[in-house]
Design a protein around this ligand. Structure first.
Ligand code: GLN
Length: 481
């Protein structure tokens, strides 16, 4: 088979073997991945920009290192894509917004340069909801992404382009950002693996901020092992981000090979009430498979779950309204003409931001305003502490929690755009993980009767990504054999 046919199925391990055995070169991979991405973009719109120079330059470095018998990085020759909210030096970074249509960052996000330092080939930047606000990718100023598994459906959001780029086979892995579910929900909708690491596990330096206390950078991949390999590369302390943790990064790939015998799993009862039965059936079947692998399952409770959605939309919008103040026509962004300064701000932001972003800035400004701060923002922070405590207490009893990722599979494009509240419900099972800052992921676990992918969500204790990967890896091994 030629590399152009293989490109959609290669793994990090098979690329490494192929390169070292001279079956193909990194330059050939870069060219094949770029061609694949450009071709499929017509159908899916998952990329906003391509970066052929970066991909080919890094591929040539990998090829020359192999020719000289030098060290080759852990991601040598692996085609990757990154969400357009991560800064890439010299490559346009729009955040899916008109306000940054012409913004070219002068530096790379830490997660991006760490990928390339290990030999990854950056194919391009992926489409997303504007400033990562959304659950369907329909809020992008550059048009929606179509789900590669069903082109009339959304890929999920906000990292829809990153999930679709992996699902369509153009890249082996990609990066997304997750504030309330934006990695796990699109991973689940597109049938790929998506990981939201512990808050602070991966540097946020160079990630354009949505809600800083909730934002996480994490990988999408074709399988669990590749997701773990990518996370290991991007994780770890970075002096450029004071919230990044000093906690050492485990060797996930080794630890995930341990059997699941005796592992205690909790099923939070609040996550199974009101679940669509089709999705519920798939999740229950996955839990039975985990039991057959030796896990001990028990019901647990996360009693404050019902406040999570309101709590999240107060905190996230409050932080967003403050973070987005920087797009003012003076720095970064395009400037609209006006006779005086306040009109210039108004015109720039009025023309540059889309409706969802404006809705959130207004909501966030309101909850932070003098008369309402205590009633809304402070209260939401107190509730957040209770939600976080729910996780701590449940994870003292069990090693991991398993739940659905979303109450329903990928919906039709346009189905929920007129009802923001229905859209916000997409994240009802995911945003608790961000509020608590615990590691969580989505691993494919079957299909709905219409043939749409369904993801199983796993939560573990802070910095215990190893147990999360072990569970996902052993499950994947069992179900794909
Ligand atoms: N859908 C949620 C929101 O719109 C989550 C988005 C995200 O995780 N970036 O805020």
């Amino acid at each position: 088979m030629s590399i152009s046919e293989d490109i959609a199925t290669l793994s990090i391990r098979s690329i490494r073997d192929g390169l070292l055995n001279k079956k193909f070169s990194a330059t050939e991979i870069a060219e094949a991945a770029l061609l694949h991405a450009v071709k499929h973009n017509e159908a899916t719109n998952s990329f906003l920009a391509f970066s052929p120079e970066r991909a080919v330059t890094n591929a040539e470095k990998v090829d020359s290192a192999i020719a000289k018998g030098e060290y080759v990085g852990q991601l040598a020759g692996v085609p990757v894509a990154v969400k357009d909210v991560l800064a890439t030096k010299g490559v346009r970074t729009t955040c899916g917004s008109k306000i940054l249509e012409h913004y070219i960052p002068p530096y790379d996000a830490t997660a991006v340069w760490r990928l390339e330092a290990e030999g990854a080939l950056l194919v391009g930047k992926t489409n997303c909801d504007e400033f990562a606000m959304g659950s369907s990718n329909e809020n992008s100023a550059y048009g929606p992404v179509r789900n590669p598994r069903a082109l009339d459906r959304v890929p999920g959001g906000s990292s829809g382009g990153s999930a679709a780029a992996v699902a369509q086979g153009s890249v082996v892995a990609s990066l997304g950002s997750d504030t309330g579910g934006s990695i796990r929900q699109p991973a689940s909708f597109c049938g790929v693996t998506g990981v939201t690491p512990t808050y602070g596990r991966v540097s946020r330096y160079g990630l354009v901020a949505y809600a800083s206390s909730l934002d996480h950078v994490g990988p999408f991949a074709r399988n669990v092992e590749d997701a773990a390999t990518v996370l290991r590369v991007i994780a770890g302390r970075d002096d450029q981000d004071s919230t990044s943790a000093f906690t050492p990064v485990d060797d996930y790939a080794t630890m995930m090979r341990h059997s699941l015998r005796g592992l205690k799993l909790g099923l939070p009862k609040e996550y199974f009430e009101g679940l669509q039965s089709d999705t519920g059936d798939v999740i229950h079947a996955a839990v039975r498979q985990l039991e057959s692998l030796g896990c001990e399952v028990q019901e647990v409770s996360l009693p404050h779950t019902r406040y999570a959605l309101s709590c999240y939309y107060i905190i996230a919008t409050a932080e967003a309204s403050s973070n987005l103040a920087r797009f003012d026509g003076v720095r970064y962004s395009a400037r609209a003409e006006a006779d005086n300064l306040s009109d210039m701000y108004r015109n720039t932001r009025g023309a540059g931001f889309g409706v969802e972003v404006k809705r959130r800035i207004m909501l966030g400004t309101y909850v932070l305003s003098a008369g309402y701060y205590d009633a809304y923002y402070r209260k939401a922070q107190q509730v957040r502490a209770l939600i976080s405590r729910d996780f701590t207490e449940a994870l003292e009893k069990v090693d991991a929690l398993v739940t659905p990722v979303s109450p329903f599979p990928a919906f039709k494009i346009g189905e929920k755009t007129s009802d923001p509240l229905a859209m916000y419900l997409s994240d009802v099972y995911t945003l608790t993980g961000d509020l608590a800052g615990v590691p969580c992921m989505s691993v494919p676990c079957g299909q709905s009767p219409e043939g749409l992918p369904v993801g199983l969500q796993i939560f573990t204790k802070h910095f215990d990504e190893s147990t999360m990967f072990r569970l996902a890896y052993q499950y994947e091994l069992f179900t794909t054999q």
